[in-house]
Design a protein around this ligand. Structure first.
Ligand SMILES: [Zn+2]
Length: 417
């Protein structure tokens, strides 16, 4: 577990340092007037609490990170912190102070327990609860990004479940710093997205095609940097070495059912190549791709190749989530999630964002449409988002350009025949 050494903040207009060591610590220092944001530990001291209230505090925000001591203490890096927090709240209430609310930062360590956390906050008689997706743009959460910052697609189920729980139970709950495309439309009004102006967030390519683009702030900037597969990739250089090797096995290539996919991958048009295994032998699947690492999904349906094995693993992981999504989630939620999954997979496989993001809309346009048969071949392998998709046309041209650049005649014949 990651721990910081000295933390000078989490609240504190009063001028004392924070005694927690939260794994994601960042500043909450925009407080004005007399509002106290606290981890609550110091308030377990009754005398201190009394003198604090005498200063004229009018609102206290408690920071909750887990539904129990185990999770909470682990995140704040102090054992006993959860019990002190509970005692602090009790002290405050015994002194007749009730204007209190809570904030939970959503991190990898707690996102599966959001409903439990809200239940606990409710049990503590706290009316207002904010749930804020961790800001990875600075400080410890930037440094330890992969340990702390969960993915949007993994948290979506738990955040929607939290919002559903709060709506059903008629208790207050706000989610902040979270893109609306992951939230069921019926809960949009309780996601404080449109109200916030975030300088640290950016729109990604799919946002251009999103109907919520004017009211949503997009993704955290650092998130897109650390997880570039959410956005459009630049194409890779052509792997001339492997392509030249193919020239000795042209007859095998012509019989290979995956020749288009394999050639596009070697042309640098795909970060990840996914092939359906069906009845093929590994030897045949890996032919022409000998220099690349690969992984296979749990159901043994697909094999994933990449120059960067982390990306192949990502595609495998998302494919498995997609395979499980109907089992795990309600149908509607599964639709939302599967769109996000397909968008990411599309980016990994080198398809235009507009097309992969709309993949779940059931409005497929056949790529065998004349529009794309620019040179007599059916070169584009994905479902285009519209008959006039400019990105699909551009990709088609890129394929032709790259084939011509290899100056390998049989390649052109194979692809265009
Ligand atoms: Zn498109």
């Amino acid at each position: 577990m990651v721990k910081s050494n000295k933390i000078k903040k989490i609240v504190i207009f009063l001028g004392y340092s924070c005694n927690n060591k939260c794994i994601f610590c960042y500043n909450e220092n925009k407080n004005t007037k007399i509002k106290l944001i606290t981890n609550g530990r110091i308030l377990s001291n009754k005398n201190f609490t009394e003198s604090l209230l005498n200063l004229g505090i009018n609102h206290i925000v408690f920071l909750f990170y887990g539904p129990n001591a185990e999770i909470h203490d682990n995140i704040v890096g102090i054992s006993g912190a959860f019990n002190q927090l509970k005692k602090g709240i009790k002290n405050i209430k015994n002194l007749g102070f009730f204007n209190i609310s809570s904030t939970t930062i959503i991190v990898k360590q707690n996102y599966k327990y959001l409903v439990e956390i809200r239940k606990f906050i409710h049990k503590m008689d706290i009316v207002n609860a904010d749930f804020i997706f961790v800001n990875p743009n600075n400080s410890l959460s930037k440094k330890n990004f992969y340990n702390i910052v969960p993915t949007y697609e993994n948290t979506a189920f738990y955040i929607n479940t939290l919002l559903k729980f709060c709506k059903t139970k008629k208790i207050s709950c706000y989610v902040k710093n979270y893109p609306l495309c992951f939230i069921e439309p019926e809960y949009h009004r309780i996601v404080k997205e449109s109200l916030e102006k975030k300088s640290g967030r950016i729109k990604i390519e799919k946002c251009n095609y999103c109907k919520y683009k004017t009211i949503c702030q997009g993704y955290w900037k650092e998130y897109v940097q650390k997880r570039p597969y959410v956005n459009k990739f630049n194409f890779d250089p052509i792997d001339m070495k492997s392509i030249k090797k193919i020239s000795k096995k042209v007859n095998l290539l012509k019989k290979d059912p995956d020749r288009f996919e394999k050639i596009y991958f070697l042309l640098g048009l795909k970060k990840v190549l996914r092939l359906a295994i069906k009845n093929q032998k590994i030897k045949d699947l890996t032919r022409f791709l000998e220099t690349y690492d690969y992984v296979i999904d749990k159901e043994k349906k697909y094999i994933f190749f990449s120059k960067d094995i982390k990306l192949a693993k990502k595609a495998k992981e998302i494919t498995e989530l997609l395979q499980n999504s109907l089992k795990m989630y309600s149908f509607k939620l599964s639709e939302i999630l599967s769109r996000e999954y397909n968008h990411i997979l599309g980016n990994l496989y080198g398809y235009p964002s507009c097309c992969s993001y709309k993949f779940e809309d059931n409005k497929y346009y056949n790529v065998e449409n004349k529009e794309y048969e620019l040179s007599g071949g059916k070169l584009v392998l994905h479902y285009a988002c519209s008959k006039n998709c400019q990105k699909t046309k551009a990709l088609h041209e890129e394929i032709l350009t790259r084939i011509n650049r290899t100056k390998i005649k049989f390649l052109k014949e194979t692809i265009l025949s």
